[in-house]
Write a protein that binds this ligand. Structure first.
Ligand code: B12
Ligand code: SF4
Length: 460
């Protein structure tokens, strides 16, 4: 059987003019995971439009086309799907956006899947080979990562990515923030589960080099699993980055074990400096937590912080941008990611906004967390978009990078701050040249050196 898999990209990612480095960071792990279920005799090709151009007219017709649309790439995904269906190709679609809006996706696909793919995808493959594929497969309660075949990393064009060693060892998250994709995606079954520690360690061992990036929503979410994983990784000489909550950082002992296993930077969802927003958005695990203490704990352990913030929550007024940037700079946070609150279809936030008639349009292209797609309560849409862009500009001003560096506890940490924060945002044009040279992976040694030279816990 000839199978073609495509991760379509939103328009900006394929722009001939300028492509932000973020699109060249991570390979398409979801599709490479599904490819693991194919037979050895199947012929499979995997394209990622974030890093390569595809001319759909020129591509041959496979027996099966597999597409994974995100909300912002839904339009492009449907365009590709319609093209291949017109040629008589069977098109299968699944993933986050399809799970949010299966009826919409079904207008462009022969088969749609809701929820994680591991359970229904093998059933579909059997049905498809038997000539009896159904129109829709819904993931049910029996979710597990046990027996997961190895991710088909041989299909990933490693040289096109800055972080080819991306890895996921769990699915979902134990929390229930109502703006997050998670509860809607995992509805009807378990919403947080992990691989066995042995399987996760084997997957890590298969990856060359030192650097790893865990894309798990919350790698520290199951303490027992996380501790066993970190103990297994200690001594491997890995340097890695991951995501975790404020709460998990403050837990005694866990962070230290992660650092001893090679943790060097953590993506943390602070979301808002307005405490009143947290309860409204069910971000319960952050309520009453000392954000400053979490940052200090990370810095003292030699871990850089990538802080994530959302603007436009109900309690936010026009002062929220300056307050957030000021707080982040004062704390010496190395990198920050800002978002305009975006109600993804079928989340709790979406349902609330629909009921209040606050959603202003359904142009999914603009659901990219940089546009205002709803009527905010505490400011105008214009103030919100302008404030969002200003926050980025202000946070990454050299004067603020210097101020952030001087908030660091020691000389080493200050150097690291300058190397990382400066390198990340200030050299976007250099990143762009590297992407165009189609050798993005060449930047990896520099990233490894930065993480190795400046990170880690001082001996007790
Ligand atoms: C890595 C990542 C990226 C990477 C690239 C994506 C990539 N290469 O896969 C980059 C940095 C480019 C990126 C960008 C953006 N991202 Co992003 N990203 C992620 C992240 C952290 C991990 C994705 C991943 O690898 N998951 C692990 C794999 C194993 O899971 P998976 O891909 O979902 O695949 C499984 C299932 O979905 C399903 N499945 C998927 N496809 C199919 C197809 C079939 C046929 C079947 C049967 C099953 C199936 O089976 C797979 C195995 O279980 C997720 C968070 C998350 N936990 O998923 C956010 C996430 C997907 N991103 C999100 C967003 C909002 C964005 C941006 C808009 C952010 C921005 N402001 O720029 C952009 C735009 C993306 C676009 N292309 O349009 C949202 C998506 C919301 C939505 N409803 O679509 C998420 C969920 C983050 C969040 N919590 O809000 N992202
Ligand atoms: S902690 Fe993060 S991943 Fe978990 S539900 Fe909240 S936003 Fe989603």
């Amino acid at each position: 059987m000839r199978v073609m898999m495509i991760l379509p990209a939103l328009t900006e990612a394929t722009s001939p003019l300028f492509r932000p480095i973020k699109y060249s960071l991570f390979p398409p792990l979801g599709l490479a995971t599904l490819a693991g279920y194919l037979d050895e005799s199947d012929e499979v090709t995997l394209y990622d439009e974030h890093v390569e151009r595809i001319d759909i007219e020129a591509l041959p017709s496979p027996d099966l086309l597999v597409l994974q649309p995100y909300i912002t790439s839904a339009r492009r995904s449907y365009e590709i799907a319609d093209h291949f269906r017109a040629r008589g190709v069977h098109v299968a679609m699944g993933g986050l956006h399809v799970t949010s809006l299966p009826e919409e996706a079904a207008q462009h696909a022969d088969t749609v899947f809701t929820g994680p793919g591991e359970e229904q995808w093998p059933l579909f493959l059997k049905d498809f080979r038997d000539g009896a594929a159904a129109r829709r497969y819904d993931s049910t309660a029996q979710r597990t990562l046990a027996g997961l075949p190895p991710v088909r990393r041989d299909l990933i064009k490693r040289h096109l990515y800055l972080v080819p060693n991306s890895i996921v060892v769990s699915r979902g998250c134990p929390h229930h923030c109502d703006f997050c994709y998670k509860d809607a995606f995992f509805e009807g079954g378990k919403s947080f589960y992990t691989q066995t520690v042995d399987d996760a360690l084997s997957e890590i061992e298969r990856l060359p080099g030192r650097h790893l990036y865990f894309l798990d929503d919350h790698l520290l979410g199951n303490r027992r699993f996380a501790e066993a994983l970190f103990d297994g990784m200690a001594g491997m000489g890995r340097l890695w980055q991951a995501a975790g909550t404020v709460n998990s950082v403050l837990q005694p002992g866990l962070l230290e074990r992660a650092v001893d296993a090679g943790l060097r930077s953590l993506f943390v969802g602070f979301e808002t400096v307005n405490d009143a927003n947290l309860a409204e958005r069910r971000k319960n695990q952050n309520i009453g937590k000392d954000y400053g203490a979490a940052v200090r704990r990370l810095h003292d352990a030699g871990v850089m912080v990538n802080a994530s913030f959302v603007f436009g929550l109900d309690q936010d007024g026009p002062d929220v941008f300056d307050r957030t940037v000021e707080w982040a700079v004062e704390q010496g946070i190395e990198t920050a990611t800002f978002h305009i609150m975006t109600p993804y279809p079928s989340t709790g936030l979406w349902k609330q906004m629909e009921a209040e008639d606050h959603i202003v349009h359904r142009d999914w292209d603009l659901y990219d967390t940089r546009h205002v797609v709803y009527r905010p309560k505490g400011m105008t849409p214009r103030q919100l978009e302008d404030g969002y862009w200003r926050a980025y500009r202000d946070f990454y001003r050299w004067s603020n990078i210097w101020r952030g560096a001087s908030a660091q506890p020691g000389r080493h940490e200050r150097m690291r701050h300058l190397a990382y924060a400066g390198g990340w945002k200030k050299f976007e044009p250099a990143w762009d040249m590297l992407i165009r040279s189609r050798r993005t992976v060449r930047a990896m040694p520099a990233l490894e050196r930065t993480l190795a030279a400046f990170g880690g816990r001082k001996a007790a």
